[in-house]
Write a protein that binds this ligand. Sequence first.
Ligand code: NAP
Ligand code: MG
Length: 482
Amino acid sequence: MTAILKNFIGGEWVDGSGVTRNINPSNTNDLVGEYAKADKAQTEKAIAAAKAAFPAWAQSTPQARYDALNKISLEILSRKEELGRLLAREEGKTLPEGIGEVARAGQIFAFFAGEALRLIGEKGASVRPGLDVELTREPMGVVGMITPWNFPIAIPAWKIAPALCYGNTVVFKPAELVPGSAHALSEIITRSGIPAGVFNLVVGSGSVVGQTLLDHPDVAAISFTGSVQTGRKIAQACVLSNPMKKFQLEMGGKNPLVVLDDADLKTAVEVAVNGAYFSTGQRCTASSRLIVTEGIHDRFVAAMAERLKGLSVDDALKAGVHIGPVVDQSQLDQDLRYIKIGQDEGAKLAWGGELLKRETPGHYLQPALFTEANNNMRIAREEIFGPVAAVIRAKNYEEALAISNDTEFGLASGICTTSLKYASHYKRNSESGMVMVNLPTAGVDYHVPFGGRKGSSYGAREQGSYAREFYTTVKTAYTFPG
Ligand code: NAP
Ligand code: MG
């Protein structure tokens, strides 16, 4: 019997009103842990605690915020192997991917520790004689955070770190599927010296805990990452609440990777395999549409199939594994449903797509590669969120660019080419928030903005200095010196 891990509300660890079980997708007999579920009343308590803690934290010195964020960063980084193992065990990405994600979370806290020291206002002359005008940034207040399961520590980090950095207080609702990393991160945050109520953890379902955050008038802003479907509900609730809430939404993708005739074949295959299948394809930035021009098409498809044969799909914690399991049964069902839809639509399943048996019972799926797909098929239009990609043939660069942009999403895009002309043109004309040349669509830096356009994102960008647009509000002050 292991202890049920608690929620953190108003500076105390508290029991919940139910339990959520965290299962290892590499071995469904392995219970990672049990976590207390918060209910509506406890979520309201967390909001009240965050509200009460806000005035003092908003006025705290940049040094105090630097010290807290820096301490959090140092502990995360010093424990990255252990936390990476927990992450890989609960979510199913491979151990090196898990450790990498934890390290990323540590780096993000270090970045925002520094940002706390860099928040300086502006002062200028008024257009009216004798007056000064000053611009300062102030925190928003209580910020609710609703996060998805696929990056259980990095996404919470890139919301919580800037929120605390700029003087906000936080109520954090992680995805119910992966409470382990969220709990470990929260423990580290509670040891950083921040006052009670500044940070609160409430594990629970979207419909109870999430909805309470959305409905509550004392929550000033909501930062959300997840599906488009939930994102729309969040937007609606934030606009209808009184007062209206500020919100930012990072949502799905159907990211294109264009491969041109002049691409280096080896580079293109590595970029496509990484972008489409690593982290089991469960990345919002995954390239699930591979748009390939005529001259390289057949060679590319053959090389992809060859490369996919060499990938090992197995327990996320085993050494040398390239692809871990799908996160849970319902995501696996969705992946299999889309593989069937692709076949029914007339695309050719060129490789993979089979369920795999391994030593332990887990959700193992062979990466699936479709060919002879077109951009009107559902497998090319809808986010699958699994290790499934479709090759779409294009006559030339112009057609590839048009197909690339013909999507309701706009998160990341990529091109493999050795031509400066096409690389430059694509960077300028691709309708996405992040463009990669000869690099996987997934894989970004933490000191620059992250986000998309069209149906993928709404509101201010996350990460880098741009994060302050969301976590602060600007005040314009005029002084008549008398
Ligand atoms: P999801 O189902 O939309 O859930 C995201 C979060 O919203 C979870 O914490 C969920 O709670 C919560 N939620 C659900 N219904 C809610 C409601 N009515 N009110 C308030 N909160 C609610 O997404 P997911 O399946 O976890 O994650 C996969 C999706 O995330 C994909 O579409 C992927 O593309 C997207 N994603 C986007 C980015 C990006 O930056 N653009 C990054 C990563 C992932 P539960 O605990 O109950 O599930
Ligand atoms: Mg799990």
